[in-house]
Design a protein around this ligand. Structure first.
Ligand SMILES: Cc1ncc(COP(=O)(O)O)c(C=O)c1O
Length: 310
C-alpha cells in the first residue's frame, strides 16, 4: 500500500496483535533508563509497556488547536541525551488526529539529527477520511530507522483474531523474533489464514465499513458540538474525542455517572494520559441508532450536570 518492500523472512514478524509488536519492539530496543518519546493523548498501553521494558516514558503533549498533530518544536523540547525511541500513532487513538506530510518530514529530520529509532503504530492507516495516510517509513531515510506496526483489528475488524505485524530493520526484527519465539512461539495459524483471506478478498468490505464510519463520524461529531460538547473533527480512526469541560466534571466522574445514569459508555480521557483529562473518548464502532440515542441521553445528562455547576 505504501510503496515499501520488506523481506518476508528477515524484515517481517507476525505478532499477536499490534499489542505484542509494541511490547516486543520496546523490549528488543531499550536498555534500562532509555527515554521513549510519544505523543499524548495516546493508546493506553504505551507508557506501561515502556516502563515494563525498563524505559522511561516521556510524553509530548498534543493539542486540539493543532488537530492533535505532534508539533516538531514540542518534540525537540523533550529530547535529552537519553532519548532513544520516538513512538508515533497516526491516525491516533483516542483523538482521531492524522498527520500531514510536511509535519512528518520535519519530525523525520529531528529523528535523523538525534538518531532516534521510530516505532510507528499505523494500525488505523486505512481508516482516514481526508486523503491518503502518509506512512512514516516511506519518508526519505526513514525506512531504516522505523519499526512499522500494523494489524487486522481495525480496518478488517478482526480484533478477536489477534493478529498484527512488525516490519523493519533486520537486526531489530531478529531480536523481536527471539522474544516472540520464547514467549508466544507463533500466532494462531487459523488467524493467519483468515488474514490472508482478508488481504486477498476483504478490501471491498473494508471500504464499505470505512464509508459507514465516515457517515457516523460526520453525524456524531456534529451532534456533539450541537449539545455543547466541543469536538475536534477526527480525520482518522473511529473515535470522537469531545471536551467535557462544560460539565464541570472530571473525565472519570463523567464516564462513571453517564454510564450509571444514562447507560452510555465512554472512556475517560485521563486514561490516555494526563492531557486527556477534560475529554472523553466515544467509539463510532456502534450502530447509527445507538449513536443517535446516545446523543439524546448525553444531552439529557449534560442538562442535569450543567445546572449543578451553574
Ligand atoms: C493505537 C493502537 N495500537 C495498538 C492497538 C492494539 O491493537 P491489536 O488488537 O492489534 O493488539 C490498538 C487497539 O485499540 C490501538 O488503538
Amino acid at each position: 500500500y505504501w510503496d515499501l518492500d520488506y523481506d518476508p523472512k528477515k524484515e517481517t514478524l507476525v505478532t499477536v496483535g499490534a499489542s505484542e509488536a509494541i511490547d516486543l519492539a520496546l523490549r528488543a530496543i531499550l536498555e534500562p533508563g532509555d527515554e521513549v518519546l510519544y505523543q499524548e493523548p495516546v493508546y493506553v498501553s504505551y507508557a506501561p509497556t515502556v516502563k515494563m521494558a525498563g524505559g522511561v516514558p516521556v510524553a509530548v503533549t498534543t493539542y486540539a488547536e493543532h488537530q492533535f498533530k505532534m508539533q516538531p518544536d514540542h518534540l525537540r523540547a523533550k529530547i535529552t541525551p537519553r532519548s532513544k525511541v520516538l513512538m508515533l500513532n497516526y491516525p491516533n487513538n483516542p483523538t482521531g488526529g492524522v498527520m500531514d506530510r510536511a509535519t512528518l518530514t520535519e519530525i523525520a529530520k529531528i529523528c535523523e539529527e538525534h538518531d532516534l529509532i521510530v516505532i510507528s503504530d499505523e494500525i488505523y492507516a486505512h481508516l482516514t477520511y481526508s486523503g491518503k495516510h502518509v506512512c512514516f517509513a516511506s519518508l526519505p531515510g526513514m525506512r531504516e530507522r522505523t519499526v512499522l506496526l500494523n494489524g487486522f483489528s481495525k480496518a478488517y475488524a478482526m480484533t478477536g483474531w489477534r493478529l498484527g505485524y512488525a516490519l523493519g530493520d533486520e537486526e531489530i526484527i531478529k531480536a523481536m523474533t527471539k522474544i516472540h519465539q520464547f514467549t508466544i512461539l507463533c500466532c494462531s495459524t487459523n488467524a493467519q489464514y483468515a488474514a490472508i483471506e482478508a488481504l486477498r478478498n476483504g478490501e471491498s468490505a473494508m471500504l464499505e465499513m470505512k464509508k459507514s464510519y465516515d457517515e457516523r463520524r460526520k453525524f456524531f461529531v456534529a451532534g456533539l458540538n450541537k449539545i455543547g460538547l466541543t469536538c475536534f473533527e477526527p480525520l482518522g480512526a473511529f473515535y470522537a474525542f469531545p471536551s467535557i469541560k462544560i460539565s464541570g466534571l472530571d473525565s472519570n466522574t463523567f464516564a462513571e455517572e453517564l454510564l450509571r445514569e444514562e447507560k452510555v459508555a465512554v472512556t475517560p480521557g485521563g486514561a490516555f494520559g494526563e492531557c486527556g483529562e477534560g475529554y472523553v473518548r466515544c467509539s463510532l464502532a456502534s450502530s447509527m441508532e445507538n449513536l443517535k440515542e446516545s446523543l439524546v441521553r448525553m444531552e439529557r445528562f449534560l442538562e442535569r450536570h450543567k445546572k449543578q455547576v451553574g
